[in-house]
Design a protein around this ligand. Structure first.
Ligand SMILES: [Zn+2]
Ligand SMILES: [Zn+2]
Length: 383
């Protein structure tokens, strides 16, 4: 680990240099290239691009593996356990030791290996290492090095430390593949403590009125983050889907307060004034009605868009995301020192244009899925 860190520290800013293969970006994206080659593509001393975009996902030919592929492949490196990244059917999985228990739980019998953060591993001709992405517990950015060329695939990430996830570490690289789920200037998150206070006030007010507070949140990461950031105003009840992941993470040693799984007999009478944490799809269902009278809310970055909140009928929305907001995306990209950035998830077209205006060589990587924090309607459709 120290060895990797030292090398990273020595790694000079590639931004000052010319990109050694000016035409390679068009090649990287194949027919999907969003930009025509401006110059002829000269053969380079360097091998082709370290990652290529295929219909199964990001592929590294020098190491013969994929990163977060969405169709079955022989060997998959997986950034984290969300279903748009950790998919079923691969021959072998490599993920962080911290991400693996949830991935195994979700995918069942798989051939998988865990790797410690910051440990270098040689796969084929490529040196691979996983580094904290701060997105959810166990989440990683994946760093690839081949003949002095360094690429980093961010996976999903956020910069604010949430108290549970291993905090994001900037990794220097020549080419950075960044998510941009919230890649518009209007997305700016308040500090976590501020949102925690808002949610606590809402919970306390509901309690005072004899109501149950039902808070919808994604089951891996957001749900546990909410539990751990809120004051203990009363019992926390969980939907089965949330409880499973919570139990696994708690068993791993993540500091998550006690929760009670909602089973027969667990309702508003047995646990007055409780906070219930459930997946978004549980809102407004018979399952939720056992807690009447109740007040429902959704905790998501999308709650920043009033239109979505209204259209979906969420009375209360708390703006909190496990993805980087606009300033954080820009900070993260700057700190990599990369001269070339490919964006994926969310507002890719405007964000790519913005990066080009800032002087980056920029492109888009298309994925098959909208992401774990896609618009709420899409998320529910996937469940
Ligand atoms: Zn994710
Ligand atoms: Zn995602």
């Amino acid at each position: 680990m120290r060895e990797v860190k030292q090398r990273l520290a020595r790694h000079e800013s590639p931004k000052a240099k010319n990109t050694p293969y000016a035409g390679a970006s068009a090649h990287f994206l194949g027919n999907h290239s969003p930009f025509p080659p401006r110059r002829p593509c000269y053969p380079s001393r360097m091998a082709g691009p370290l990652l290529s975009f295929t219909d199964r996902g990001l592929y590294c030919a020098a190491g013969d593996f994929f990163i977060d592929p969405w169709r079955p492949v022989e060997r998959a490196l997986v950034t984290h356990g969300h279903s748009d990244h950790a998919r079923w059917g691969h021959g072998a999985y490599l993920a962080t030791e911290q991400a693996l228990p949830v991935i195994r739980h979700r995918l069942g019998e798989i051939r998988a290996e865990g790797i410690a953060y910051g440990t270098a591993r040689r796969i084929g001709d490529v040196e691979v290492s996983f580094h904290p992405a701060g997105h959810v517990p166990g989440s990683a950015q994946i760093r690839l090095e081949h003949k002095g060329e360094v690429w980093v695939v961010s996976g999903d990430y956020k910069l604010e430390a949430d108290g549970l996830s291993e905090p994001f570490e900037p990794i220097r690289c020549h080419t950075f593949i960044s998510e941009c789920t919230f890649g518009l200037p209007l997305f700016r998150w308040a500090p976590q403590q501020e949102v925690a206070n808002q949610i606590a006030e809402w919970w306390a007010a509901n309690r005072a009125e004899g109501k149950t507070s039902i808070l919808a949140a994604y089951g891996l990461g957001k749900a546990q983050r909410l539990m751990s950031m809120l004051p203990a105003l009363g019992p926390i009840l969980t939907h089965g889907a949330v409880e499973e992941t919570t139990r696994i993470l708690r068993d791993q040693g993540y500091a998550i307060p006690p929760t009670i799984r909602v089973t027969a007999g667990v309702d508003a009478k047995s646990h007055p004034g409780a906070l219930v944490i459930a997946p978004p799809s549980a809102l407004g269902t018979p399952w939720a009605r056992r807690f009447a009278p109740s007040d429902e809310a959704f905790a998501s970055g999308w709650m920043a868009l009033r239109g979505i909140r209204r259209r979906r009928g969420y009375g209360t929305g708390f703006v909190i995301s496990d993805h980087a907001d606009w300033p954080a995306l820009n900070t993260a990209i700057r700190e990599t020192g990369a001269s070339r950035v490919f964006v994926t998830h969310g507002y890719t077209a405007p964000f790519r244009r913005w990066l080009e205006e800032q002087g980056y060589e920029a492109g888009i990587v298309q994925t098959e899925f909208g992401g774990d924090e896609a618009e709420p309607s899409e998320v529910e459709a996937q469940e």
